[in-house]
Design a protein around this ligand. Structure first.
Ligand code: NAD
Length: 278
């Protein structure tokens, strides 16, 4: 039995499915196969990016699925070197995806050393007005980057997609988001394949046994109950099913507190200011 995925309301009046599929490190062929399998499981939200080089594969799965466009939520992202030409970049992404619009377009990294993200935000406003993307947001932004775009724009990003998992819970940034009306997406919700959360936090195995779930399911459910938006990545069909089966149980308040207490500030990816790659 499958349970419906919750939606999170965004500050522009739209809403986003709280659980989706991440596609980092899937090539076009794998992205096609895994996205199609995910649709069969019930996923309707896909997170891709120009830099993942798999928008064509995702697009093919969308086209062949027969699922009404309005039932899907598709995110892609503006890569650093494309910041000065966002319109060209989104047009190319839409071509590869075979779509007329995406639901969400994100500035992938502020890449502050390049000095172009504030102007890119102004361009995203126009892309939204022109209907190429329904919503606009950011990724890997720190408060100073949010301040810089707020200084030139009345449009607040609907969300900020940042590294977030039990070892790195971003509590201060999430408080900033709450004040500004920005939702939070967790990338690397299971540790980005770089850290074994079960080994680092032995208590997770006890919780998993108690709830009759896997460690991954407990961690994903923790994100859901924290109000975070997640799109764990897997290329395995059985894990697609596993990661989707998190709406039929609830973690108790005490156990949520226990996981909240495991935050050790351990970042596994790049710090936002360091992501200036071409
Ligand atoms: P993730 O936390 O989703 O971890 C993926 C790893 O967990 C993979 O190695 C996978 O094999 C493993 N895994 C998945 N399901 C599992 C299960 N049920 N049991 C055990 N292991 C399991 O990491 P991610 O892919 O980095 O993050 C998710 C998505 O976030 C990406 O695919 C991408 O779409 C997005 N992302 C965005 C940024 C950004 O800068 N905006 C950076 C990284 C990732």
């Amino acid at each position: 039995m499958t349970f419906p995925v919750n939606s999170i309301s965004l500050n522009d009046g739209t809403s986003i499915p709280q659980l989706g599929l991440g596609t980092y490190r899937l090539d076009d062929d794998d992205a096609y196969r895994v996205t199609a399998e995910a649709f069969a499981v019930g996923y309707r939200h896909i997170d891709t990016a120009r830099i993942y080089k798999n928008e064509k594969g995702v697009g093919r799965a969308i086209r062949e699925s027969g699922i009404p466009r309005d039932d899907l939520y598709i995110t892609t992202k503006l890569w650093n070197g494309d910041q000065p030409k966002a319109r060209d970049a989104i047009s190319s992404s839409l071509d590869r995806l075979g779509l007329e619009h995406v639901d969400l377009y994100l500035i992938h990294w502020p890449a502050p050393q390049r000095g172009t993200y504030v102007e890119a935000w102004k361009q995203l406003e126009v892309l939204q007005q022109d209907g190429l993307t329904t919503s606009i947001g950011v990724s890997n932004f720190e408060p100073e980057h949010l301040d810089a775009i707020a200084a030139v724009s009345d449009i607040v990003p609907v969300l900020n997609q940042v590294e977030l998992h039990p070892l790195f819970q971003q509590k201060d940034l999430r408080a900033e988001h709450a004040q500004r009306g920005i939702a939070t997406e967790s990338w690397g919700p299971l540790g980005h394949g770089s850290v074994d959360l079960g080994a680092e936090i032995p208590a997770l195995a006890n919780l998993a046994a108690r709830y009759n779930k896997t460690i991954a399911q407990v961690v994903l459910r923790w994100h859901i109950q924290e109000g975070l938006i997640i799109f764990p990545k897997t290329s395995h069909q059985e894990r697609l099913v596993e990661n989707f089966a998190i709406f039929d149980f609830a973690i108790s308040a005490d156990d949520m507190d226990m996981i909240r207490g495991c935050d050790v500030g351990h970042r596994v990816g790049a710090a936002p200011a360091d992501g200036n790659w071409d």
